[in-house]
Ligand binder design. Structure first.
Ligand code: FES
Length: 166
């Protein structure tokens, strides 16, 4: 499925409602971008255009803000974002092997998303839980003291969960 096909299927009308709430308010650019991203999971060019129409600002201005902050995403991501820590402590304890397990289970490398938009892999630097190295986060949940086997079990559970939710 290509990105445009996804964008076409999306109902962008929710953007209008979200933007109306923030319209004309000072300092609302970041909160409104966050709110729209929360609804759709990312921010596409079409979404920024629609936001610009309602808010009366240029989409370029919005784009400028969003590219400045790492918290915004411009393409669809998986329902579950797997962050594998590649900081020093985790690296020493074998986090590279955990990334390989992600590749084996889901067929994705760093920055990639599965075709069904279930999973995204992000290799990140230290997430501040070195005592539990190697560590991964799946959305907001931290899993530590991992082995490749343990991580494979965890990924299987999430894959099951995703299948059930679909
Ligand atoms: S190096 Fe992985 S949590 Fe610090």
């Amino acid at each position: 499925m290509d990105e445009n096909a996804v964008a076409e299927e999306l109902d962008l009308s929710k953007i209008d409602k979200i933007c109306e709430k923030y319209k004309g308010k000072k300092g609302s650019t970041i909160p409104v971008l966050q709110a729209v991203q929360e609804e759709y999971g990312y921010l596409s060019k079409e979404m920024l255009e629609r936001m610009g129409d309602v808010l009366n600002v240029s989409p370029h201005e919005l784009y400028g803000v969003l590219t400045f902050y790492a918290q915004f995403y411009t393409s669809p991501r998986g329902k579950y974002v797997i962050r594998v820590c590649r900081g020093t402590a985790c690296h020493v304890k074998g986090s590279g092997r955990i990334s390989e397990v992600v590749k084996e289970e889901f067929g994705i490398g760093d920055g990639e998303t599965t075709e069904d938009y279930g999973f995204t892999l992000e290799e990140v630097s230290c997430i501040g839980a070195c005592g539990m190295a190697p560590v991964i986060m799946v959305n907001d949940k931290t899993h530590g003291n991992l082995t490749p086997e343990k991580s494979r079990e965890i990924f299987k559970d999430y894959a099951e969960k995703f299948k059930e939710e679909e």
